[in-house]
Design a protein around this ligand. Structure first.
Ligand SMILES: [Zn+2]
Length: 415
């Protein structure tokens, strides 16, 4: 394997994408669905497809496809990711997968690989859900996991509905919906993604294969007490829900540590929200994820039990509502093993190993895994930081990712 052709094509594409949607002060990315930055990213994708003589398709749900070979032939090998971002996100989450897909194709053309199956590169729309609050809208719509009625009810922070936002960007919101025929053409989907953790850094590997996406959910905790004057109300007379909330945050940390899981209270709203007022309501949102369902149940059950005890002790009413839940996603075992076999064979005379790891983050590949065989490759992220401008992967590791993806595509699309 050489590191010349695919390296230069990767870097040229990377440089082109870098300025799009980057905020001048935070240096974070603000590429939200159906905005100007999103449109620029989409134009870039179409240019890449056309520059390679691929046939370009925009599907009814706003996902972009670049095809090599006849899409209707079936059993296609598809790779890709997304180009949108979280608020002030990093450069790698999403774009690394799309850029690596085109670079991998360039590498295979340099190898004069003859494909026996159609090959496609995809950019899924609105993966992060930064604008409308629901992640993976493009793949959820295509797979039928999000109904048209549900999608039409989504609104952004300014009250603009998804249909109006799509219309403003020049798309037809009445055309959205399940697209089983398009997904039915796909025999395997492989998504390359920057790792959102430090497993590869700790194991010393550049590239890994995903085993599963952890089950995860969001719970809303409403602690209701009694608003009162912060200066004149004796401590013993207070019903302060902030105390129960604070104790619950500490319990979440403790329970997560016990189970080797994660639990986060990252969002809070307080009423009346006055600096000199004891709160009447503290509403906190818990996000928790664990390697398996039993561990997640243990963590969330432990936090709920502790929260109820703290609330009782302070005379606080507590309501807990599960707002969303995604069960564990096990990636297709046969495809995962095939990837390990391909990468292991390529690496037989080096010290390259292919670790298989779980992840706590959701992806389009996870959404599609219920419909088609899917797999994921992760590229090392030395700090593990993600959803932040500090998100990073080295140039050498990015090129290693391109080569691994090229090997995988070659193995799958020539068999
Ligand atoms: Zn992503």
């Amino acid at each position: 394997m050489t590191q010349t052709s695919q390296g230069s094509s990767f870097h040229a594409m990377w440089r082109e994408l870098l300025p799009i949607g980057r905020h001048p002060d935070s240096h974070g990315y603000r590429r939200f669905a159906w905005t100007g930055a999103d449109t620029e990213c989409r134009a870039w994708f179409q240019e890449q497809a056309e520059a390679r003589g691929m046939s370009y398709e925009l599907d009814r749900n706003g996902n972009q496809w670049a095809w090599l070979g006849d899409p209707a032939a079936g059993d296609a090998v598809v790779t890709g990711s997304h180009l949108d971002s979280v608020p002030d996100g990093g450069a790698f989450d999403g774009p690394l997968g799309v850029v690596s897909s085109f670079a991998a194709l360039d590498e295979l053309r340099a190898r004069r690989t003859e494909f026996t199956k159609p090959l496609a590169i995809v950019n899924f729309g609105d993966e992060e859900g930064a604008r409308f609050g629901l992640a993976c809208v493009g793949s959820r719509l295509a797979s039928g996991q999000l109904t048209v009625e549900q999608a039409h009810r989504l609104t952004d922070g300014e009250g603009i509905s998804l249909p109006r936002a799509m219309e403003a960007a020049g798309y037809d919101p009445d055309a959205i919906g399940a697209d089983h025929e398009r997904l039915g053409r796909i025999g395997a989907f492989v998504e390359l993604h920057v790792e959102q953790g430090r497993a590869l850094d700790l194991s010393g590997d550049r590239v890994g294969i995903a085993s599963a996406i952890w089950p995860h959910g969001r719970w809303r905790f409403d602690f209701r007490g009694e608003a009162n004057h912060a200066g004149t109300t004796r401590l013993v007379d207070r019903h302060d829900p902030m105390l129960s909330y604070a104790e619950t945050v500490l319990a979440a940390r403790r329970e997560a540590e016990l189970a080797g899981a994660v639990a986060t209270f990252g969002k809070i709203s307080v009423e009346p929200n006055g600096v000199n007022a004891i709160p009447s309501l503290v509403r906190g949102w818990l996000d928790s994820r664990a390697a398996d369902q039993a561990s997640l149940d243990q963590v969330v059950g432990g936090i709920e039990k502790a929260a109820r005890e703290y609330a009782d002790a302070h005379g606080i009413a507590l309501d807990i509502v599960r707002e969303s839940f995604t069960p564990v996603v096990e990636f297709d075992h046969a495809l995962r093993d095939e990837l390990a076999r391909i990468l292991g064979k390529e690496a037989k005379d080096t010290d390259f190993t292919v670790p298989v790891l779980g992840t706590g983050a959701g992806h389009d590949a996870g959404i599609l895994s219920g419909t088609i065989p899917t797999a994921m490759l992760f590229v090392r992220n030395p700090t593990g930081v993600s959803h932040s401008p500090a998100e990073f992967a080295t140039e050498d590791d990015c090129v290693a990712g391109v080569l691994a993806l090229a090997d995988v595509l070659e193995g799958l699309a020539t068999s």
